[in-house]
Write a new protein. Structure first.
Length: 322
C-alpha cells in the first residue's frame, strides 16, 4: 500500500495555515513526488466567506473575500510542472446543506462548476473533481446532492472522474472543538453497510472514486469497515480507495502528526481488505519535511524508509521468480 494522492487544505477551520507562497508550494510538490504521490485534491475551493481563487459567483452570491493569490491557478501550474493530477474541490457554504437546504447548496455549486471549468478547464493537469460535502450517514437528500453535483461535474468536463471522501460514524467521530477523543458508541457494521448500500446505489452513475476516512473507528474495528466499503463499491462499480489520515485522533490536541506505527497499521489493514490505492489528509501539514510541525518530517522519513523496503522486497521477489 502506497499513498497515491493528498488533499490540499488551504481553506480550513480546524488546522493552522502555513502561509506558503509559490516557492514553498513548489518545494512541497517536489517532496510529494519524491515519495510517489501522483495526485493532489483541493479539499474545498472555498468555505463560508473564504476562497482560494477570485470567484465571481462566490463574491456575488456569498460575499466572499477577495483572495490575495489565485491558489487554484498555482496548484494547476505546479501539478503540470511536477506531472501530477489535480482534482478540484467544490465550495462548502458552511450553512445551506448542514441546515437541510440541500438544493441551495447544489444550485450554488453548479454555477460555480460552470465558472471553474470555463476558467481552468484548459489546464492539462485538471483531471477530476472532489465533492467537499462530507457525510457519514445516509439521507435521501445527501444522495441527491452527490448525484446532482457529480453528474453536473461530468457533464461540463467531458466525464472527468468525481471523488468523495466520507467518514464513518465511529466512536472517534467527535467535534474538533471537543477535548474528548472517543464517545460511548459508534455506528454498527450492520447499519453502516445498510446505509452505504443505499448511498452507493444512488450515486453510482455520478461518482467514480470513494475514499473513506480511516480515523473515526478503533484500529481493531477498522478492517471490518474497510471490507464492507470495498464490497459495496465493487457491487456498484465504484473504485474503493482509503483516505489514510496522517494526523492523530487519539489525543485531545487537535491535530498533530500521527505516530508512524499507527499509519503503517492502517495501510496494512487496507491492503488486507483488498484496497489498492490511498490518499491522505494531509501531506503538507502532517507528513511534509516543510511542515510547521517538526514531527511531520520524521513521519516523512519513516514513510520513505517503508517505500524503499517494499521496493527492495519486490525486486527480490522478481529475481527469485526468474
Amino acid at each position: 500500500m502506497r499513498i497515491k494522492g493528498t488533499f490540499l487544505d488551504e481553506i480550513s477551520h480546524d488546522i493552522p495555515h502555513q502561509n506558503w507562497g509559490y516557492q514553498e508550494w513548489d518545494e512541497d510538490f517536489a517532496r510529494m513526488k519524491a515519495v510517489g504521490i501522483e495526485m493532489v485534491i483541493l479539499i474545498r475551493c472555498g468555505y463560508r466567506k473564504w476562497q482560494t481563487f477570485p470567484s465571481a459567483v462566490l463574491k456575488e452570491e456569498m460575499e466572499c473575500y477577495e483572495p490575495t493569490e489565485d491558489l487554484v491557478k498555482m496548484y494547476l501550474e505546479l501539478s503540470e510542472k511536477h506531472q501530477m493530477d489535480f482534482y478540484f474541490g467544490l465550495y462548502d457554504s458552511g450553512k445551506y446543506w448542514i441546515n437541510q437546504q440541500f438544493q441551495e447548496e447544489v444550485d450554488l455549486n453548479k454555477r460555480l462548476i460552470d465558472e471553474v471549468w470555463e476558467k481552468y478547464g484548459h489546464y492539462p493537469s485538471f483531471k477530476g473533481w472532489y465533492i467537499s460535502q462530507e457525510c457519514s450517514r445516509g439521507t435521501a437528500k445527501i444522495v441527491d446532492l452527490y448525484a446532482e453535483l457529480g453528474k453536473h461535474c461530468k457533464q461540463v468536463s467531458n466525464n472527468l472522474p468525481v471523488m468523495l471522501s466520507p467518514y464513518i460514524d465511529g466512536i472517534k467521530n467527535l467535534s474538533q472543538y471537543s477535548g474528548e477523543t472517543s464517545k460511548n458508541q459508534g455506528v454498527s457494521l450492520k447499519d453502516h453497510e445498510k446505509e452505504w448500500d443505499i448511498i452507493f446505489r444512488g450515486i453510482k452513475d455520478a461518482v467514480d472514486i470513494v475514499a473513506f476516512q480511516d480515523g473515526h473507528v478503533e484500529y481493531d474495528e477498522l478492517i471490518d469497515f474497510l471490507k464492507i466499503n470495498k464490497k459495496l463499491a465493487d457491487r456498484y462499480g465504484l473504485e474503493c480507495w482509503t483516505n489514510t489520515e496522517t494526523f492523530d485522533r487519539d489525543m485531545p490536541i487537535k491535530f498533530l502528526p500521527i505516530k508512524w506505527d499507527k499509519l503503517h497499521l492502517k495501510m496494512s489493514l487496507a491492503e488486507q481488505a483488498g484496497i489498492e490505492n490511498a490518499i491522505t489528509f494531509e501531506f503538507s501539514h502532517f507528513m511534509s519535511p516543510n511542515s510547521a510541525y517538526l514531527q511531520a518530517g520524521h513521519l516523512y522519513n519513516r514513510y520513505k524508509e517503508y517505500i524503499h523496503k517494499k521496493q527492495e522486497n519486490e525486486h527480490r521477489a522478481i529475481k527469485a521468480a526468474v
